[in-house]
Write a protein that binds this ligand. Structure first.
Ligand SMILES: O=P([O-])(O)O[C@H]1O[C@H](COP(=O)(O)O)[C@@H](O)[C@H](O)[C@H]1O
Ligand SMILES: [Mg+2]
Length: 538
């Protein structure tokens, strides 16, 4: 269909006057380029469900896109589950509540028993609720840490983890088969859940915290998202003193006024939390991303507070579980540090690597601990097979408090781990683009003309992840191995217009740990600088 005709057809079925007016204005202004871009296809399932800018058209997040997704998911569930049911949750972003109610009404009318969470709540509560209620599926309306103009739709099945192939393609096909959304039946007879679900979740996560010291000064931020109240309740239930909270970022606010990008990984995003940590002389800093499935951790150093990487927090959490004798599979994504493999092996436990995306980690059989470098950790797969920023916060607080009682810190423990297994330094080159073609061109160049040396070190192997790597499903990515054991993985983000390159260097600790640390960090830094000039994007 001609994009203008497609736009008129869209307007005729869109229940939202705001997006109808937006598209009408584009037609009136004759903005064919913008209309063509919005009707060039439809949002596809990426690393974590559908995600895109709010606005009119199938390439944007809006009430038509959501209605189609809900109707398609309902069809899929009716075809695959007996007496299917769904739990729907939402964060505090613009329209999240509207999209959640639309989803519940459409799925209920289609014959899928729908349960709506009572208010904006963290993603991990939704994942927990699926198992708690024995539902066939879950939907979380959130764009997590993306910019304020975005929203998204995370889709879970009964195993409490997000959809992977082939279910995502089957659901996508069911969505494609949906006709006009103004003809979809709606039913507001869905159930609105009570506060008991969040209470049951809090009981489950508080029970994860081992007995032990609780004295700890924490500086915390929910980054204008939905984690604040639950984190405070969870900390109280587990017996910790109330964390100090960044006042400006405590209340959910879809405008995210104090941060350019509400992602704890972004430069500057932790400034207010670090300033609070200094003013209260905090032992540790804890941050949740806006839907509270991620957890960032910072520590006090002689030069002030600084944030740890996701790999470092992953190593600390893994070590605490391993030394407590928790047996089972320890898993991380391939873009995360190999250190987890060494830690697991030292305790005689199996280690598995998966593709990027917690949906893959959640599927690992026998999982007892999973993490990814993007600040995601699952410390209790029996609570939910998804990352959980609240339970991870509690466990890191418990670990820090135990160490504090011995006069030690998280950094001391990290030093022990590195001395034992080698200094693992990781870093990331992330390039945000306006034009996705730039990323495609960079990936193409890596495939056809990969660098032969980086930072003076020979590139010893080039693996195309699209051909499948070490038995993993094919994905868009390139792995470069360097002489001496460093490695780089480059891939397009599946949630934002970014190219991400993950670098790891490992240096054995022989004489001085400081030398090993400095050498590993310098190698990562030099590789990132050289890769930046090779890609000519940074
Ligand atoms: O948005 P969140 O917090 O759910 O996080 C989501 O996006 C992250 C970044 O993905 P990408 O590198 O493809 O952008 C993934 O690592 C994570 O598994 C996924 O759940
Ligand atoms: Mg998130």
């Amino acid at each position: 269909m001609d994009p203008i005709d497609a736009a008129r057809d869209w307007i005729s079925q869109d229940p939202d006057p705001q997006t109808r007016d937006e598209l009408t204005a584009l037609i009136d202004a004759g903005d064919h380029g913008e209309i063509a871009a919005r009707f060039a296809g439809r949002l596809q399932f990426g690393t974590a469900g559908l995600r895109g800018e709010l606005g009119a058209g199938p390439m944007r997040m809006n009430r038509v896109t959501v209605a189609r997704a809900a109707a398609g998911l309902a069809r899929h569930l009716l075809a695959t589950a007996e007496a299917p049911s769904v739990v729907v949750g939402y964060d505090a972003r613009t329209n999240s509540d509207v999209f959640a109610r639309d989803t519940a009404e459409i799925m209920q009318a289609a014959g899928v028993r729908a349960h709506l969470l009572p208010e904006h709540l963290p993603t991990p509560v939704l994942a927990f609720a699926i198992g708690h209620l024995g539902a066939s599926a879950g939907v979380m309306v959130t764009a997590s840490h993306n910019p304020p103009r975005d929203n998204g739709y995370k889709v879970y099945l009964a195993d409490t983890s997000q959809i992977v192939p082939p279910a995502d393609a089957e659901i996508a096909a069911a969505i494609d088969a949906v006709g006009r959304v103004d003809e979809l039946p709606r039913d507001d007879g869905y159930s609105v859940l009570g506060d008991d679900v969040a209470q049951a979740y809090l009981d489950a996560v508080a029970a994860l915290v081992p007995d032990g010291p609780r004295d700890l000064v924490v500086a915390y931020t929910p980054m204008h998202g939905v984690g604040g109240r639950l984190l405070a309740d969870a900390a109280e239930r587990a017996g910790f003193p109330a964390p100090h909270t960044v006042a400006e970022q405590l209340q959910p606010d879809p405008a995210f006024p104090t941060v350019a990008f509400p992602n704890p990984e972004e430069p500057g995003a932790m400034d207010l939390a670090l300033a609070l940590a200094t003013s209260v002389d905090a032992d540790i800093v804890v941050a949740n991303d806006p839907d509270a499935d991620r957890c960032a951790v910072g520590v006090r150093t002689p030069d002030g507070h600084r944030m740890l990487t996701g790999d470092q927090v992953g190593a600390l959490l893994a070590e605490s579980l391993l030394t407590r004798g928790i047996e089972g599979t320890y898993a991380c994504s391939i873009v995360s540090s190999d250190l987890l493999g060494r830690q697991a092996a030292a305790h005689g436990q199996p280690w598995r690597q998966t593709l990027t995306g917690f949906k893959w980690i959640g599927k690992v059989e026998g999982l007892v601990f999973g993490y990814e470098e993007a600040l995601g950790y699952c410390v209790a797969p029996h609570v939910a097979r998804d990352k959980d920023g609240i339970s991870a916060s509690l466990l890191i607080m418990s670990l820090a408090a135990s160490l504090k009682a011995q006069g030690r810190t998280l950094l001391d423990l990290l030093g022990d781990i590195y001395r034992r297994h080698g200094w693992h330094a990781t870093g990331q080159l992330a390039v945000r683009v306006d034009d996705l073609a730039i990323i495609a061109a960079a990936m193409d160049r890596l495939r056809t003309d990969p660098p032969t040396t980086l930072a003076g070190v020979a590139v010893s192997s080039v693996d195309d992840l699209a051909a499948g790597y070490q038995g993993l499903p094919p994905t868009d990515g390139i792995r470069l191995g360097l002489a001496g054991g460093s490695r780089i993985i480059c891939r397009p983000s599946g949630t934002e217009p970014k190219l991400k390159c993950y670098v790891e260097a490992v240096v054995a600790v022989e004489n001085s740990a400081d030398d090993a640390r400095d050498a590993a960090a310098a190698t990562v830094e030099a590789i990132i600088a050289d890769l930046g000039s090779y890609l000519r994007l940074a």
